[in-house]
Design a protein around this ligand. Structure first.
Ligand SMILES: C[S@@+](CC[C@H](N)C(=O)[O-])C[C@H]1O[C@@H](n2cnc3c(N)ncnc32)[C@H](O)[C@@H]1O
Length: 341
């Protein structure tokens, strides 16, 4: 027994270095780490003010133990502030990780400053263990492109574009946000969902060594991945266990996507045929797509969790590709045998 079984689908309280040092076999397909940034933040039982060199050494230490439990084709994402981003990059170089993207999470609600520009970003460095063998499911995270939406360019990929490495779509979670649990530096679920969707599959194993409020574990569970969260504070660990237990069938916070049902699929098809506007035209005409989306949301009667234009359009395309949408009079539809679910 290599010891990793006891970590499966658990939030463990303890020190991630000690716990992961006891595991002798790589098990994680994906690691997301959001360590304390060493900026004097008030945590339950962690002092967030180490000397610079001591923090840099500690960074190397926890990254190295994480790397030891990462599978050979695994991915490793690290969120970090300006003060120590170079320490993370240097540690990754020493360990032999290969960097794929230096992502900037640009958020709204940055902290206001009196005598310098307000900081409104966090770095997310994305590494893999093997530069030629890793999972990247780009189709899972495509977004509608300006080429489609603004320029109405017929040559645009109808499935949308790959997001850039500057992520603008996720606000920092303020105290007033519904999504906020009782934890001060919680990551948005929708941001984690992008990372988990693109770099893991159903039943993959996702590890977060600095679990905090349990965001990574909660999103992994919602997306049907296995998870392990490690958290120094027993209080935070217990609260995140409750968070995971209580989420039920909830959708990813911030995505506003209610669980997709057969009835919704029927409504979408009926609306499409009643509306008589081909998908290509909906794609190219923002106004028509917004009307269509409004009608659909009203029809399914979901007031709190309305689908966005992008979500409605993607769902239509998905059904259309299976050939199950049917064609409007005079419409020529290409399908590719993709299964809708
Ligand atoms: C920035 S927060 C993580 C927030 C998390 N991403 C979320 O969305 O809730 C960092 C967390 O690391 C925990 N921590 C600090 N040192 C640790 C260690 N050695 N092992 C495990 N957790 C640790 C802190 O208690 C804190 O909850």
């Amino acid at each position: 027994m290599s010891g990793m079984e006891k970590l499966l689908n658990k939030i463990i309280d303890g020190d991630c270095i000690e716990i992961l040092n006891g595991i002798k076999e790589p098990f994680a397909d994906l690691i997301f780490a959001d360590p304390p940034f060493n900026i004097g933040f008030k945590y339950d039982n962690y002092e967030d003010n180490k000397e610079h060199d001591s923090y840099a050494n500690w960074t190397y230490e926890w990254m190295n133990v994480c790397n030891n439990v990462l599978k050979p084709e695994g991915s490793f994402y690290i969120a970090i502030g300006d003060e120590h981003v170079t320490d993370v990059k240097n540690a990754a170089d020493r360990i032999g990780l290969f960097m794929r993207n230096w992502i900037i999470w640009h958020y709204t609600f940055g902290q206001q400053m009196k005598n310098k520009f307000a900081r409104s970003h966090t770095h997310i460095l994305y590494f893999v263990k093997n530069k030629d063998d890793f999972l990247f499911k780009g189709d899972e995270v495509r977004i509608i492109s300006d080429r489609q939406k603004v320029y109405k360019d017929k040559r645009a990929n109808p499935d949308g574009k790959m997001p850039d490495d500057v992520w603008n779509e996720y606000p920092r979670l303020c105290g007033t946000f519904d999504e906020r649990v009782n934890f001060p530096c919680q990551m948005p679920e929708s941001l984690l969902a992008r990372i988990i969707r693109v770099s893991s599959e159903k039943n993959s194993w996702v590890l977060d060594p600095f679990s905090g409020s349990g965001t990574t574990a909660a999103v992994a569970a919602k997306l049907k991945r296995h998870y392990t969260g490690i958290e120094l504070s027993p209080k935070y660990a217990e609260e995140s266990r409750q968070r995971i237990k209580e989420f039920g069938n909830a959708s990813i916070e911030g995505e506003g996507t209610p669980p997709w049902t057969e009835q919704m699929e029927k409504e979408l098809k009926w609306l499409y045929h009643e509306n008589k506007v081909p998908t290509e035209q909906l794609r190219d005409d923002d106004y028509l797509l917004s009307l269509f989306t409004e009608k659909f949301n009203n029809r399914i009667g979901n007031k709190s969790n309305r689908l966005s234009q992008n979500q409605v359009w993607k769902r239509l395309r998905k059904i259309q590709k299976t050939g199950k949408l049917g064609s409007l009079r005079g419409e020529r539809v290409q399908t590719n045998g993709v299964k809708a679910n």
